[in-house]
Design a protein around this ligand. Structure first.
Ligand SMILES: [Zn+2]
Length: 292
């Protein structure tokens, strides 16, 4: 299998972690990949980053390359790259901040990673999408002033993330610096380039390296979470094809759910984001975001 090195790595007896050490005191940067098993592009980022750091040594601290859920990745590869193998039993990104004990492989992995949680100062969680092409950062309001200078993405979402079950929430509650990035469709090499760039920019911004970034391509649009809506009947329909983030027109009817109509009736710029075109009652949700 590809990326064997990361599958066999370990750090302080914790599996799938590769350490890059400057041997000088400083911060620890955790790069979190394959949180979802069907997003393998980040193992490629690890590989290229290691090559890159051979000539651009980090000047202080250390980097931990953490392949989070290799079991899910292995299942994904063994099942012909089937996108449904995002995890084994539990979504690895929805089990944080929960005061219950479970025994699934994802929960066991969570306990393992928590045993070194105190070592981490800064983290980047790399994701990619399976529908659409999209470069999007997920961040917290406390980081609002720095996101433009670090990341070259189309959109940055600020959410009430302290109260979710995502990994980001756990980091924020424990005063860590955290960013999550969705880098284009994971079947495209564009995703690799975006992810690799994000890592290099973070290394520079937090003074691990002296890399000079290329000029940025995008004027980031900053969006705040407005509303999450679930289809409630099988007669749910969007009025047209909405791709990725779309700014709705004032008064525009964008969906209907049996007799209920969904219309843009706000006094701010409202964007719609569809996770998928598939509509499943009480399952596939879509989101509305307010331009900040
Ligand atoms: Zn993901």
């Amino acid at each position: 299998m590809k990326y064997k090195k990361y599958l066999n790595a370990n750090y302080k007896w914790i599996k799938w972690i590769t350490e890059i050490d400057s041997w000088k005191q400083g911060k620890t940067f955790w790069i979190f990949a394959i949180n979802h098993g069907n997003e393998p592009v980040w193992l490629e980022v690890f590989q290229e980053l290691e090559k890159y750091l051979e000539t651009n040594n980090i000047v202080y601290g250390k980097i931990l390359l953490i392949a989070v859920n290799i079991d899910a990745y292995t299942k994904y590869v063994n099942n012909n790259y089937d996108d449904s193998y995002r995890f084994i039993d539990d979504n690895m990104n929805r089990i944080w901040n929960k005061n219950i004990i479970e025994t699934s492989s994802e929960w066991q992995r969570k306990w393992e990673l928590l045993s070194i949680f105190d070592e981490i100062d800064i983290a980047l969680d790399l994701h990619s999408v399976s529908e659409w092409n999209l470069k999007m950062l997920i961040s917290d309001f406390s980081q609002k002033s720095v996101v433009n200078s670090i990341f070259d993405v189309e959109y940055t979402l600020f959410d009430d993330i302290e109260n979710t079950w995502a990994l980001i929430s756990y980091f924020l509650k424990n005063n860590k610096i955290w960013f999550g990035i969705e880098c284009w469709n994971h079947k495209s090499s564009e995703a690799f380039l975006t992810g690799f760039d994000a890592v290099k920019n973070m290394l520079l911004y937090y003074s691990f390296t002296n890399y000079k970034p290329e000029s940025k391509l995008y004027n980031q649009v900053h969006l705040g979470f407005h509303e999450e809506i679930f289809p409630t009947t099988n007669n749910f329909k969007f009025t047209k094809e909405y791709n990725s983030f779309t700014l709705l027109n004032k008064g525009e009817k964008f969906a209907s759910d049996w007799e209920k109509e969904y219309r843009e009736n706000t006094d701010f710029d409202l964007y719609i984001w569809l996770i998928s075109h598939n509509v499943r009652v009480w399952d596939w949700a879509w989101f509305l975001f307010k331009k900040l």
